[in-house]
Write a protein that binds this ligand. Structure first.
Ligand code: ADP
Ligand code: ZN
Length: 735
């Protein structure tokens, strides 16, 4: 495996990424220095790098505790593609495979090992660990330690043993769930009181939130997919198994590849559907909330809800499955009056205790309020979770198509007194007939053409009144009696409105947005903009799929969509240019470079090279030598000056009040610039230097640039800093 030895160079050469995101760099440095940490980042925030890079860099193996087999396997496949020595130990392995891993572990044959918590706690495995050099422990999905959440895993609470049994090993807990009680539980139950917290907000900026009033859910869904996501992967959530089946069938009939998923489907079929969703391109999964745990497919382009979920928490979690890869994604929801009734019925009829029901009721109300707002949805979402909402997002329906509000007090009074006049025994359909003055058979049968509210609402049509009732219900200004077929009832708040004690602002439901308006003019698309570009994109996608199938891994383990998009955008012309592309590190350049170049070249032969192609982004080359500093930073110059006077790194560190490792980094730069002798910096005797040089040369000959194997080959006798200085000096002398 080819890697160099700083976090940034690993990021460039192994992962093929250009720069760190958010707090990744801080978290990595902290763990590298041996500290414990708690990483709170949203889904797609890039948590895994925070333990993967330190695992690669620290001597010994990084042990990652992870609750889900599917997730582990995905991670391991991805890492191996990059040339990282990664494995997982779980119940899905054969005895042989497990033994193989158990042998490699104590011999230092692995950079990263994923294990399930129950396995980690077995005495047999503990014994194995006691014979292994451990670089760090990472506890992924750390919220599983908390009883607050719904993913509670009892084994997680026993992970405190890690601190007791491996006191010197840094521990990193990671989660995307970060409400205060859960966070407190994680810290307490994992003994992380002295850990540093690395928290970024909850925002998922690439997800566009949209809520539309329901007219005909199926055709609205079809239009949404057709206009925005044809050929792309997505999830459609439905409330019941029956509806899942219906929608899946309906989409199939429209020629959209859709599969159903719910707990009533036999488990082998369910697994097969999930497999297809993960491994094929462009499948729409229609599912109940049974689908989701462990689904970390990065290029899910949309999550659609045809009924609202039960709470803001559920909404955030379910929509959060879209756009893990950071590319634009949609969270699209449609709902109508009937859904409110249905959800309330479900709470009412559930077996839960009264107190629990009240909590659920409140959570549903919060969600309904969110669906009806006329201001930025992202701000509302973030505010709900106690995050700083920031400025208006410009990437939600209410920002993009501002909602008009109107003083609906009089309309609300009409709508509510209509309930009163008709005896509070009817549902929305009938009530709107009365208001608009339709003489339907039901109206006539009950003589409702004679009540005082008959025909008083001609300023709105039936749809308009349905919207008024929906909004009144969402704001708690009327009750839905689920025992009498959804009859609307008045409550305290209704009377306050009818008496004129409360005003009532309502929103105009937006008209359906036409296709030309929704076209992604304001955001970078996840598909190339031109026909010619899309042809290349398809060619790259099918080459990727073929490669993935041959290896039995999902396509995204080979390359992310972003990699393919950048290939279309930048059209590298030589193998050497490939590392400038996102996601192409040294290993993938070597492994798949020729395949990519073939696709690119044959495309150019057929279609030419458009003159709009952008220049390649700057990047550090995937293979050493790393780019060289042009001049010494001020602080490095200061260290160099002191070193010349004092002659030892330790003395400089003491004088400056800095760590020795920091001084080493400064002097390393100076060595590369030829300002000081690298051998001298190490302070090592000549024979040691010769020994190090020999080993370095050996590994270089094998094209291994990682320092870890070199460090290990030298029995870990010399620090990484010393090795780097010797290497820098060698390079300089060989120039
Ligand atoms: P999380 O575990 O927090 O949900 P991941 O670690 O799976 O997120 O990362 C989400 C996506 O972002 C992945 O596709 C990953 O490869 C990518 N990614 C992570 N860090 C970076 C980075 N620094 N630069 C570019 N892409 C990144
Ligand atoms: Zn917004």
């Amino acid at each position: 495996m080819s890697e160099t030895s700083s976090p940034l160079s690993i990021l460039n050469s192994v992962f093929g990424f250009r720069e760190f995101r958010g707090l990744q760099r801080e978290a990595i440095d902290h763990v590298l220095a041996g500290g414990d940490g708690l990483v709170l980042m949203p889904t797609g925030g890039g948590k895994s790098l925070c333990y993967q890079i330190p695992s690669i860099l620290r001597p010994g193996t990084g042990i990652i505790v992870s609750p889900l087999i599917a997730l582990m396997q995905d991670q391991v496949q991805g890492l191996r593609q990059m040339g990282v020595r990664a494995a997982c130990l779980n119940s899905s392995l054969s005895w042989e495979e497990a033994r193989h891993i158990e042998e490699a572990l104590p011999q230092g044959g692995l950079d990263i090992l994923y294990v399930a918590p129950e396995r980690l706690l077995q005495s047999r495995f503990q014994d194995l660990l006691s014979r292994t050099r451990i670089g760090l422990f990472a506890i992924d999905e750390a919220h599983c330690v908390s009883q607050w959440g719904h993913d509670f895993r009892p084994e997680y609470t026993q992970l405190t043993v890690l601190k007791e049994q491996f006191p010197g090993v840094p521990r990193l807990a990671l989660t995307a769930t970060a409400d205060t009680p859960t966070r407190a539980d994680i810290i307490r139950n994992l003994n992380l009181e002295s850990a540093r917290t690395f928290a970024t907000g909850f925002d998922r900026p690439n997800i566009r939130y949209t809520v539309v009033p329901k007219q005909n859910a199926h055709s609205q869904l079809q239009r949404f997919i057709r206009d925005n996501h044809l050929g792309e992967s997505g999830i459609v959530y439905r409330l019941s198994r029956k509806k899942v089946e219906q929608t899946a069938q309906w989409l199939q009939d429209q020629g959209i590849p859709a599969l159903p998923y719910h707990a009533g489907i036999p488990s082998h079929l369910r697994a097969a559907n999930q497999d297809r969703f993960m491994n094929e391109e462009g499948i729409v999964m229609v599912a109940t909330i049974a689908f989701g745990m462990g689904v970390d497919k990065p290029n899910i382009r949309f999550v659609a809800h045809l009924e609202p979920p039960k709470s803001m928490e559920a909404y955030y979690q379910e929509t959060g499955r879209a756009g893990r890869d950071g590319l634009p994604a949609d969270a699209w929801l449609t709902y109508g009056f009937g859904d409110v009734t249905l959800l309330r019925t479900m709470i009412k009829n559930s077996e839960a205790e009264e107190r629990q029901k009240r909590v659920e009721w409140m959570k549903l109300d919060a969600l309904l309020g969110f669906l009806e707002i006329s201001t930025c949805r992202r701000q509302a979402l973030l505010r709900y979770f106690g995050d700083d909402p920031g400025p208006e997002c410009n990437n939600c329906d209410t920002c993009l198509h501002p909602v008009q509000t109107w003083d609906g007090t009089i309309a609300a009074q009409k709508a509510l007194s209509n309930i009163f006049r008709t005896g509070a025994r009817f549902g929305v359909g009938h009530l709107t007939d009365v208001l608009t003055g339709s003489e339907t058979p039901t109206v006539l049968r009950w003589h409702h053409n004679h009540v005082s509210t008959f025909g008083i609402g001609t300023e709105l049509n039936k749809k308009g009144w349905t919207s008024v009732y929906r909004q009144l219900s969402a704001m708690g200004a009327l009750n839905v009696d689920v025992d009498s077929y959804g009859a609307l009832k008045l409550n305290h708040k209704s009377w306050a409105i009818m008496k004129g004690q409360e005003k009532c602002m309502l929103r105009h439901d937006p008209a359906p947005i036409s296709r030309s308006k929704t076209k992604r003019s304001s955001r970078s698309s996840t598909m190339p903009a031109t026909e010619e570009g899309r042809t290349l994109w398809e060619a790259l996608r099918s080459a990727r799929l073929k490669t993935a199938e041959a290896q039995g891994v999902p396509p995204y383990a080979i390359f992310s969509d972003r990699t393919l998009l950048e290939l279309v955008e930048f059209r590298p012309e030589t193998l050497e240019q490939l590392p400038a592309i996102h996601g192409i590190g040294a290993r993938k350049q070597e492994q798949y470079g020729p395949m990519i170049m073939t696709v690119l070249q044959s495309h150019t032969e057929n279609y030419g090279r458009p003159d709009t192609i952008q220049e390649l982004p700057d990047s550090l080359p995937a293979t050493p030598p790393p780019s060289e500093p042009k001049e010494l930073s001020d602080t490095a110059a200061l260290s160099l000056g002191l070193f010349r006077k004092k002659g030892s790194v330790a003395l400089v560190a003491e004088a400056r009040g800095l760590k020795e490792s920091t001084i080493y980094t400064h002097l390393e730069q100076a060595v590369e610039l030829g300002l000081v002798d690298g051998f001298e910096v190490t302070g090592l005797p000549m024979e040691d230097l010769k020994k190090i040089e020999t080993v370095l040369a050996d590994f270089e000959a094998k094209a291994i640039f990682a320092l870890k194997p070199i460090f290990e080959a030298l029995q870990e006798k010399y620090s990484y800093a010393a090795l780097r200085c010797v290497r820098a000096e060698r390079k300089k002398r060989n120039r």
